[in-house]
Design a protein around this ligand. Structure first.
Ligand code: S3P
Length: 164
């Protein structure tokens, strides 16, 4: 099976780290947001806008089920909310070794300040929403992962090395 699954909050670096990690290992790379966007032919923001969050969450679980047993030597980056839904952490563990990329609230807030691609953080109170979500999600990330990598004070290469 040999897959590595990256989880963590929006902006923690799952995609950047995942792409680099895949390159180092000569693995494939897959991002669940992109998988869903390609399948539905719409961006994540449009899916939220037109069908609502719950529809997107169902698509995430569906994607995990579709990918089960099909991936080999693949680094998978999953959307920040995916490990929270009941049952998804078991599906993730069946897919591969789950690695939680931890970043502090402060670092994430700075990175996501002007982001317009994450519907859950949109609006003037985006940073407040981030804080609330962060506290709520932390225990889920801890419980769903086999390993945690603290990314604070590490550059991209250091994070990749830590995972390897
Ligand atoms: C979400 C994170 C996003 C994307 C969607 C919802 C979340 O992915 O799936 O906007 O609930 O945390 P990233 O974690 O890749 O930004």
């Amino acid at each position: 099976m040999d897959n590595l699954i990256l989880i963590g909050f929006m902006g923690c670096g799952k995609t950047t780290v995942g792409q680099q990690l895949a390159k180092r290992l000569s693995y494939s790379f897959l991002d669940t947001d992109k998988y869903i966007e390609q399948k539905l032919g719409r961006t994540v923001s449009r899916i939220f806008e037109e069908e609502g969050e719950e529809h997107f969450r169902r698509q995430e679980t569906e994607a995990l089920k579709e990918l089960a047993g099909k991936l080999n030597q693949t680094v998978v980056s999953v959307g920040g909310g995916l490990p929270i839904r009941t049952g998804n952490s078991e599906l993730l563990k069946r897919l591969g070794t789950v690695i939680y990329l931890e970043a502090s609230k402060e670092v994430l807030a700075a990175r996501l300040k002007n982001d317009t691609t994450r519907p859950l953080l949109s609006g003037k109170d985006g940073l407040q929403k981030l804080e609330l979500l962060y506290d709520k999600r932390l225990p889920f990330y801890e419980a769903a992962s086999d390993f945690k990598i603290v990314t604070e004070n590490k550059n991209l290469q250091d994070v990749v090395e830590s995972i390897l």
